[in-house]
Design a protein around this ligand. Structure first.
Ligand SMILES: Cc1cc2nc3c(=O)[nH]c(=O)nc-3n(C[C@H](O)[C@H](O)[C@H](O)COP(=O)(O)OP(=O)(O)OC[C@H]3O[C@@H](n4cnc5c(N)ncnc54)[C@H](O)[C@@H]3O)c2cc1C
Length: 409
């Protein structure tokens, strides 16, 4: 089977902007009509395939919205704009329920333990990950994901549904399989979408993959047999909402070091705050996306993206440490810079946020502050992500109107 290659996703801002400008003409009514059709690897022209760049903010959500709305009215591009805001909504929702990410990680560790001791589970899981279940569509998507690092949204929904309700595998193992391979693998969008399919996110509402729907939206390529006919929702505890963190500001008179990470690789907004770092480092946590090995194409994408951003901004960064992992190495670097504060783009719930918490604790005795700078795009939208997307969606016109004040950073 031949697929488009992961290299189609070049980890540079230039490549992301080119993809965006190619896609813009199709972001209006064509997207609304055709976005659910998955015609296979190399044929994803009905959607933007921008997610690897947006996920790492080589190109930001605000830039994408700005460019699309310069060409289309909000009414014409409503569906596309809503999809971009799904990412924002998921992030804001998880930010207010960080325990859901911890529960996912615990559930994953428990499922990986079961895999060690239950041979039947182990072989079903291995067959699902290598695309050898005998369900042709599912096997195709498993291989497409492993080979390209991308799957169409509809394929992700069908895949997750078959994983949970037909193969009856723990959903956390499926979410982990995605996080190890997706170039856009994202704690919020991934965990919460898997929970949504499983019936954990919108209580009692599951997503059932159906052969006729798959046939219609794959251009007749697949009509899988033997799929589960019902999707009984999984059960899990309700998680209380916690307040969003208060905004932080850097002290502009104090020397600062800059710590970049893969949740936000567009540092222009930091420089707009007047930051002039004495030194810069890149925090690398790609391997912390999973307890298992992450795909080489994922590590290459993130390394390439970091090389791209640090090359473009070289004259603003000071001496550069291109890759740091582990709290000890990070704290040593921060102390050696002589800075009194480490400024970093705000990292939403996930491996970077976890690493930053450890760093903050390690630096506190030295009186070095960690300052997480939020974007106005996030701080405007996240407080709206309190309940379901339906309620959040109503705020989109106001949020979009507010983008004008944000510019394209
Ligand atoms: C089970 C499952 C797991 C998923 N895991 C991830 C993940 O790890 N990372 C991730 O970025 N997305 C995830 N998604 C959401 C969605 O499938 C992808 O964002 C989308 O397919 C990316 O392709 P695109 O850029 O061509 O999207 P387009 O259709 O062109 O949409 C434009 C942009 O809107 C955003 N977007 C679109 N759909 C969604 C959505 N449903 N949720 C959140 N943002 C969306 C993305 O930033 C995308 O780049 C998952 C969906 C499901 C059902």
């Amino acid at each position: 089977m031949t697929h488009g290659r992961a290299q189609d996703f070049t980890p540079t801002r230039t490549a992301g902007l080119e993809r965006l400008s190619q896609f813009i003409p199709r972001a209006g009514s064509a997207y609304a009509r055709m976005r659910n059709h998955d015609l296979g690897a190399g044929q994803h022209a009905h959607v933007s395939t921008l997610s690897p760049w947006i996920r790492h903010r080589l190109v930001t959500e605000a830039e994408v919205l700005d460019a699309v709305l310069a060409r289309h009215s909000l009414t014409a591009a409503e569906k596309f704009v809503q999809e971009v805001y799904w990412r924002t909504y998921w992030k804001g929702w998880l930010e207010q329920r960080p325990a859901v990410w911890e529960m996912y990680q615990q559930g994953l560790r428990a499922a990986l333990d079961q895999v060690q001791t239950q041979s039947g589970l182990r072989s079903t899981w291995a067959d699902a990950c290598t695309g050898q279940t005998g369900i042709d569509a599912f096997d195709h998507w498993a291989q497409e994901l492993v080979q390209t690092g991308y799957l169409h949204n509809h394929a992700r929904m069908w895949f997750a549904s078959i994983w949970i309700f037909t193969l009856r595998l723990p959903w956390e193992l499926g979410a982990d399989f995605f996080l190890r391979h997706l170039l856009d693998g994202d704690p919020a969008s991934n965990t919460l979408s898997w929970r949504w399919v499983a019936g954990l996110q919108t209580r009692g509402k599951t997503y059932l993959a159906r052969a006729d729907n798959i046939e219609t939206y794959t251009g007749g390529r697949f009509r899988p047999k033997g799929l589960a006919g019902v999707a009984v929702p999984l059960e899990g505890p309700e998680v209380p909402r916690v307040p969003l963190p208060a905004p932080q500001m850097p002290g502009l008179m104090e020397p600062c070091a800059l710590l970049l990470h893969d949740d936000d690789l567009s540092p222009a907004y930091l420089f707009d705050h007047g930051l002039a770092p004495v030194a810069t480092a890149c925090l690398v946590t790609t391997r912390d996306r999973s307890p298992l090995h992450v795909a080489p194409h994922l590590e290459e994408f993130v390394q390439g993206a970091m090389a791209d951003v640090t090359t473009r901004w070289a004259d603003r960064l000071g001496p550069l440490t291109p890759a740091l992992s582990g709290v000890g190495a990070l704290a040593d670097w921060a102390r050696a810079t002589g800075a009194r504060q480490v400024v970093t783009p705000y990292a939403p719930v996930g491996p970077n946020a976890t690493a930053l918490r450890a760093l903050e604790a390690a630096l506190a005795p030295d009186g070095i502050r960690l300052v997480r700078l939020q974007r106005r795009y996030d701080s405007a939208a996240w407080p709206q992500a309190t309940a379901g997307f339906f309620k959040f969606k109503e705020k989109i016109p106001t949020l979009v109107a507010g983008l004008k004040g944000i510019g394209v950073v």
